[in-house]
Design a protein around this ligand. Structure first.
Ligand code: ZN
Length: 338
């Protein structure tokens, strides 16, 4: 961990604890935010679905959406943010709220209250009855009344203080307004997928550069340029300067890391066995690769899948290689009509 020492300007010493298992783990985790173009386009279809009127408050629950598309909540937010601040502004992001509201009436009957209260009238209109209480989606009522969600909550809060009702909120959601519909949803999802994968690649390149540097200091340095004993300040500094003085656009070195860059018959047959023994689940190649790398995801969380025999078994094989191997096996598997 660099950057902590030396802030006070005094001499600091940095100890490098070198262990390639840590490298594998961090490198695997760098792959946990990736999305396939297919999932991205499904997600965009939901964001811009025809039911979502322009200029109205739209929302989707974080947890269930994240599970549905197998995309982490933070990544869903990253995509939304990019749709707001990217080249074109498609959305305006709103504060996050819990959007499903359950109402319990305590004194006056709901209908009598609604006669005197226009907001309650709208709420009753938009509610479904569940176990004797009224359940509604806050954005629907806000859109109906043409007010903000905060104003809905303010009104509910006042009624609560008067002792008339109490309410519960659930389903934390991302909320937004559509400003412009994309002309070409497929092109947009291709672009966003590419952008995310560039972010991921850049993370990976940095990690590989770090590994190569550490590896050099520990194993490769011939101690001819001022290094001595276990002190490698000169060679590390030289390599750091080289790294940062590289002009943008020059191709990166192919950093030497211990990762395996090719598939093997073991990997192929293990994926086959894995698919056969878990035929109840629906996998994408990425989902299989994540399990082989021991990466938790919303649809395949560690809580369930870490017990699996193959969990994290192929961390030492480069992630895209595992995806390709999984793709090949999945094609055969589906081809058999199972
Ligand atoms: Zn050295």
């Amino acid at each position: 961990e660099t950057g902590r020492a030396g802030r006070d300007g005094r001499l600091s010493h940095c100890h490098l604890l070198f262990d390639s298992t840590t490298f594998y783990k961090i490198r695997s985790l760098s792959h946990s935010d990736g999305i396939d173009e297919y999932a991205m386009s499904k997600f965009l279809n939901q964001i811009f679905s025809s039911g979502n009127t322009m200029g109205c408050i739209c929302s989707f629950p974080k947890e269930s959406t994240s599970r549905k598309f197998d995309i982490k909540e933070e990544v869903l937010l990253t995509v939304l943010t990019q749709l707001e601040i990217g080249e074109e502004q498609y959305l305006h992001l709103l504060p996050q709220f819990s959007v499903t509201c359950t109402l319990y009436f305590h004194k006056t009957s709901p209908q009598l209250l609604a006669d005197k209260d226009i907001l309650l009238r709208s709420i009753l209109n938009k509610s479904e009855m569940k176990d004797g209480s009224y359940v509604f989606e806050v954005p629907r009522v806000a859109n109906d009344m043409r007010i903000t969600m905060n104003e809905v909550f303010d009104r509910l809060q006042k009624l609560k203080f008067s002792g008339e009702l109490s309410y519960e909120l659930k389903d934390p959601a991302y909320c937004y307004m559509i400003l412009k519909r994309p002309d070409d949803l497929n092109a947009l999802s291709a672009n966003l997928t590419k952008w995310l994968s560039e972010v991921e690649n850049s993370k990976i390149r940095k990690l590989d550069a770090m590994f190569a540097l550490a590896y050099y200091a520990v194993k490769g340095c011939k101690k001819t340029d001022g290094c001595s004993g276990s002190e490698h300040t000169p060679c590390i500094q030289k390599r750091i300067i080289d790294y940062f003085s590289k002009k943008e656009g020059t191709p990166d070195d192919d950093y030497c890391t211990p990762l395996r860059k090719s598939s093997s018959t073991f990997l192929q047959s293990d994926i086959k066995v894995f698919l056969q023994s878990n035929s109840f689940a629906k996998f994408t190649p990425r989902a299989v690769a994540r399990i082989m790398h021991g990466i938790s995801s919303p649809a395949f969380p560690a809580a369930t899948w870490a017990k699996n025999h193959f969990w994290g078994r192929y961390m030492e094989v480069d992630f895209p290689v595992v995806i390709e191997a999984a793709k090949a096996e999945l094609v055969k598997f589906v081809g058999k009509g199972e």
